[in-house]
Design a protein around this ligand. Structure first.
Ligand SMILES: C[S@@+](CC[C@H](N)C(=O)[O-])C[C@H]1O[C@@H](n2cnc3c(N)ncnc32)[C@H](O)[C@@H]1O
Length: 366
């Protein structure tokens, strides 16, 4: 298979996602027992490929069409190798820092010249926002938080979102303090197709999406505010406050730092498409497919899905999200895979990266 369909449509010259907006806890739980196996992961900002190292695989093959996204992972590798965990969190932007420029230089010391040049040019932005804040997607959230949110909610209300409460109290807080008329108006404006396409996601990504993004986001925010505990949600915290609180994404937590650092040499980074990996003839035991299927037309999805199956070992799991466009095993491959419905239901209920409408776990029949 040649070029990936989206490759010719979107512009990948800059960082689109400076951190990973998919919940690595549910991803790693969905992949099951992968010890000693080969895993394949879409890179994006690299955090979930790093989280997959906690599963003790023999290797994680990391692919991405975007050199800028691959550079995010390469920088993280340098940061894990050369920084302490508290320094790492300062560099990411999870914690305040007055020395990010130095931490960035330290993290880049052993990097290849392209990665160093790429990130050095971004140093002023890293100093302000951290490496997790410099993508197009994060900029979109920043504009939302700094320019629009203050017209809707006071700082006190935002702080109160992250007070831990039992679920009934969360529903009362959400209905009476958070989900106000102004909030709903803001969602409708900001998550219009036009604005989202212009500021966050490439318009090409909406070609196959059905329904209003704002309606979808409103439903999912209720999941993040009521069904799950906001005080444990790093994604919601970053969106509303521009940094992290107590909760961190999996790969950034202190308890995983040494394990990930010790296994960095198991990452096998292959810039390029997933389709290129599947054409090598290698077999993998699990795939983190991010939400890439949503970026494809249904016909292309079917073709790519078939080629992934040809690169999947028996019992391999395919794990992926859908934000708005429905994508699940195509009819012609249904006899080859089993949908792990119970696993999906349990994990969907826990998923703190709340934007997605669906989370899919499919296992290749042995
Ligand atoms: C699908 S996007 C979604 C990002 C995600 N929701 C997040 O939170 O980071 C993730 C990455 O997939 C890459 N990508 C999309 N289609 C791909 C393909 N066919 N092969 C390899 N990478 C692909 C993009 O370059 C992007 O960096």
């Amino acid at each position: 298979m040649g070029q990936s369909e989206i490759e010719s449509k979107a512009d990948f010259d800059h960082i689109r996602y400076a951190q990973l907006w998919e919940d690595a806890d549910v991803l790693t739980a969905a992949l099951g027992d992968c010890a000693g196996g080969t895993l394949v992961s879409i890179c994006s900002a690299g955090d979930n490929a790093l989280a997959m190292l906690t599963l003790d695989p023999a290797k994680v093959v990391v692919v991405d069409l975007s050199p800028a996204q691959i550079a995010c992972l390469k920088l993280r590798i340098g940061a894990f190798q050369s920084l302490t965990h508290p320094e790492f969190l300062e560099l990411t932007g999870s914690r305040p820092s007055s020395r990010r420029a130095d931490l960035l230089s330290q993290a880049l010391e052993e990097s290849d010249p392209e990665t160093r040049a790429f990130w050095t040019a971004l140093s002023p932005e890293v100093v302000r926002f951290g490496i997790g804040g410099v993508g197009k997607f994060e900029r979109y959230f920043r504009i939302f938080r700094t320019r629009l949110l203050p017209f809707v909610h006071s700082r006190k209300t935002i702080d109160d979102v992250f007070v831990s409460r039992p679920s009934e109290a969360r529903a009362v807080f959400f209905d009476t303090r958070f989900d106000t008329f102004r909030w709903r108006l803001l969602l409708n404006l900001f998550f219009s197709r036009l604005v989202m396409g212009r500021m966050g996601r490439d318009k090409a990504f909406f070609d196959h999406v059905e329904g209003s993004p704002a309606q979808h986001v409103a439903r999912r925010i209720r999941h993040a505010g009521v069904d799950t505990d906001p005080s444990q949600n790093p994604y919601l915290h970053w969106i509303l406050k521009g940094t992290h609180g107590d909760a961190l994404p999996m790969a950034w937590r202190p308890e995983h730092f040494d394990t990930i650092r010790a296994r960095l040499d198991r990452l096998d980074i292959r810039p390029g498409s997933l389709e290129a990996f599947v054409s090598t003839g290698e077999k993998a035991n699990g795939f983190n497919l991010s939400d890439i299927f949503e970026y494809m037309s249904p016909d292309m999805f079917e073709t790519v899905y078939g080629s992934i199956l040809s690169a999947a070992a028996p019992n391999a799991r395919l794990v992926y999200w859908n934000m708005m466009a429905p994508r699940r095993v195509p009819a012609r491959y249904q006899s080859k895979v089993e949908t792990l419905q119970t696993v999906e239901d349990q994990l969907k209920a826990r998923d703190t990266a709340f934007f997605y409408s669906d989370f899919v776990v499919e296992q290749v029949r042995s």
